[in-house]
Design a protein around this ligand. Structure first.
Ligand code: ADP
Length: 406
């Protein structure tokens, strides 16, 4: 079965083609074909990068602003040229999409029908940057592959759909909750994949474990996982809440927003831009939201870059503490995402705060670019894992399971 996965963001889109047989492999297989479209380099230009499992690569600049045109050209590389891996697009059995917001209704991977498309469109007011892009991807595939090819939506909110009411409800008038203003949580596909992978690496049943998964990328969130379910998470009604991030503020006093709206020249649009794109490490350092650049600036004596890094660590520790309290104990702390997987310094700084609980890192393992291994010292009271997140593979598995069930 050939499964195409589309993982679309506001500024880039990653796509993969998997070939799966009658049973699911234990470890993520290498995709037959992978593509990345990047719209951030220059206005009016999309950069397309394609790679096949036999290491044939292609890099092209496409002069267009139209996402559907770029997607059509990307799909052409599946069936023609050096990167060809299939003869016809009709060989694709199913297309899986990462959809950011599934609201209260969509709690698992769902076959896309008209009402699902309507729901994704209606939820755009909750996820204005992501849901419209996801819907556009679904409709473009419909046009190119036809409506006979099944498409599946895998929602980033689904894993958090059973948050207890105490964690999901905001302490504002209850009517807001009834209108859908509640904690949804995001990065669910990654948190769930990492939780399953950690249980597999520990040789234990996920249902017996208490885990905190730290997804630390440009966006960042933590999940507290008990009995295999997310019982608390740091992102909320939108992906702006919680940890300090690359360019997002994370949680701040809502009184600041009221003050800015009243006293300064801010409106909803400019607040949105400031809190999502000009805050976090970028806002504090004034340099960049990228951790590597922050560290490089700090090493050259930039004190605001140092403050940004110190604040990032403070925020991470504080929120791990909050998840720990929600769980009431911890078997393993799990790091993933660009920062979680690659920054030994951030992992070490985060863990140091929990030494009083008997959590001890093995510094050699932590420093040795770990992937899918336990980096805690043998006598640590809590295990610590670095897991390479595989969102696309998680989406492909959901598609495979859904088609098998039918
Ligand atoms: P996204 O959320 O956009 O998918 P990523 O998961 O790729 O982002 O994470 C991007 C972040 O990871 C950036 O802050 C980047 O600096 C950081 N990062 C990537 N590689 C390293 C590294 N080797 N050391 C430290 N930070 C890294």
């Amino acid at each position: 079965m050939k499964i195409l996965v589309l993982n679309a963001g506001s500024s880039s889109q990653k796509s993969c083609l998997y070939q799966l047989g009658d049973t699911l492999p234990e470890l993520p297989p290498i995709p037959l074909w992978e593509a990345k479209i990047d719209w951030t380099k220059r206005p009016g230009i999309a950069e397309l990068e394609v790679k096949t499992s036999s290491s044939i690569g292609l890099e092209e600049e496409l002069k267009t602003d139209s996402r559907p045109d770029v997607m059509a050209q990307m799909l052409e590389t599946l069936t023609s040229g050096q990167t060809q891996v299939i003869d016809h697009l009709a060989e694709i059995a199913v297309v899986g999409h990462r959809v950011v917001h599934g609201g209260q209704e969509y709690r698992q991977a769902t076959l896309i029908k008209l009402e699902v498309k309507d729901a994704i469109a209606n939820l755009s007011s909750f996820a204005p940057v992501h849901n419209p892009v996801n819907l556009e991807g679904i409709e473009t595939i419909e046009k190119i592959l036809g409506t006979a090819t099944p498409q599946v939506a895998v929602f980033d909110t689904a894993f958090h759909a059973n948050l207890p009411l105490v964690a999901a409800t905001y302490p504002i008038p209850y009517e807001f909750f009834e209108q859908g203003i509640r904690r949804y949580g995001f990065h669910g596909i990654s948190h769930q994949y990492c939780a399953n992978r950690t249980a597999q690496l520990m040789g234990k049943d996920l249902a017996s474990l208490r885990l905190i998964t730290c997804h630390l990328g440009n966006g960042a969130s933590l999940a507290a996982i008990r009995d295999g379910e997310s019982i608390d998470t740091t992102m909320g009604f939108t992906p702006l809440e919680g940890l300090m991030m690359g360019s997002r503020s994370g949680s701040i006093d809502p009184g600041i927003l009221i003050h800015l709206l009243r006293k300064a020249d801010y409106d909803a649009q400019s607040l949105d831009e400031t809190l999502n794109k000009a805050s976090g490490m970028k806002g504090i350092s004034g340099v960049s939201g990228d951790l590597r650049q922050i560290i490089s600036e700090m090493n050259q004596g930039n004190s605001r870059a140092k403050l940004a890094l110190d604040m990032y660590i403070h925020s991470l520790r504080k929120h791990i503490g909050a998840m720990l309290a929600s769980l009431g104990g911890l078997d393993a702390l799990v790091f993933t995402g660009g920062i979680g997987e690659n920054s030994a310094a951030i992992r070490s700084a985060a863990c140091e705060a929990f030494g009083f609980l008997g959590l001890k890192l093995d510094s050699h393992k932590n420093d040795a670019s770990p992937v899918d291994i336990d980096i805690a010292a043998t006598d640590s009271a809590i295990r610590v894992f670095v897991v390479h997140t595989e969102e696309d593979w998680a989406i492909a598995q959901e598609c495979w399971k859904l088609l098998k069930r039918q």
